[in-house]
Design a protein around this ligand. Structure first.
Ligand code: ZN
Length: 293
């Protein structure tokens, strides 16, 4: 009998669910809008049950989930979403809900840590000892994989809320911090700061100067703390193709020659775009199922 893996990329706006072969082929897929926890998770469970009836039964599920999450193995709430600003989703035991209904192991990780793992395994961070994956979209978040292992620590990294200083009087939109990267450089922040919709930011818009300045500071701090071999910049905002080069230029200026790169390594080798594109999250969820081996 062929064995399949379930992969779920659980996001704030939609749940991307797939059934995949062990060779990482997508056999069946659905996208479910994120509404209430009961309705959304109910539809996810129905998708896997219906496919099991078609002989596409999964032996385990990888869940790359928006957070914050409780990933402390000793906690009673392990695998739950903790305190999220997203209405009705705080304290939802999402892993247990799926595991109890599907009767298979469910491996949970933050969406960004999972994406970093996928980029490490198959994307633009292969062989990177220290890999950071950053998504800049509705929010701004980053995952960290060291030696192929997603890092949790005390809770798990929340690098999107790193504080950055901004020279003028720009105010960010994070409800928790006045000047964190997410509040200043997410797609939501761009709309908040410039009071216009995302579609209106053409390549000459002054928003990209501020955007690249914040992202360069964010990368500067990551470089100093983690010494990453790769910082992958992904997400919808990075769709502006000029942005990555603006970030590299500003970062090179702010590093000011302090870091001596290994011979032959350039800043464009460290600050890179995603190798898996929109699939990094789903592939990341799939990667989690390898934990059972
Ligand atoms: Zn913040």
């Amino acid at each position: 009998m062929t064995l399949y893996k379930g992969a779920i990329e659980a996001g704030g706006t939609k749940f991307n669910c797939a059934i995949m072969s062990e060779q990482r082929e997508i056999i069946a897929q659905t996208r479910i809008p994120t509404t209430s926890p009961e309705e959304t998770i109910g539809k996810v469970i129905a998708f896997y049950h219906e496919n099991a009836d078609r002989n596409l039964k999964v032996s385990s599920v990888g869940l790359a989930c928006f957070g914050p999450l409780d990933l402390n193995l000793n906690s009673d709430q392990y695998g739950s979403i903790t305190q999220t600003p997203k209405p009705n989703w705080s304290n939802v035991p999402i892993r247990n809900m799926l595991m109890n209904s599907l009767s298979v192991p469910v491996f949970i990780e933050t969406d960004v840590n999972a994406a970093a793992l996928a980029e490490y395994k198959w994307g633009n961070a292969q062989t990177a000892e220290v890999c950071v994956y950053v998504t800049i979209g509705t929010g701004l978040g980053g995952g960290l994989v060291i030696d192929g292992r997603p890092i949790h620590g005390l809770v798990h990294p929340e690098m999107g809320h790193m504080l950055v200083n901004i020279p003028d009087n720009t105010h960010g939109c994070c409800p928790f911090h006045d000047n964190c990267a997410e509040g200043l450089a997410s797609g939501t922040a761009m709309r908040h700061i410039w009071k216009q919709t995302a579609e209106d930011f053409d390549e000459n818009h002054p928003a990209w100067e501020l955007e690249s300045e914040v992202l360069a500071k964010f990368c500067h701090n990551l470089m100093m703390i983690l010494s990453p071999n790769k910082i992958i910049l992904g997400g919808g905002v990075m769709g502006q193709s000029l942005l990555i080069e603006m970030v590299r230029t500003k970062l090179e200026n702010s590093l000011a020659g302090y870091i001596s790169f290994p011979k032959g390594v350039k800043i464009s080798d460290v600050i890179v775009e995603t190798g898996l594109g929109e699939l990094s999250g789903l592939y990341g969820a799939f990667a989690l199922t390898a934990q059972e081996d």
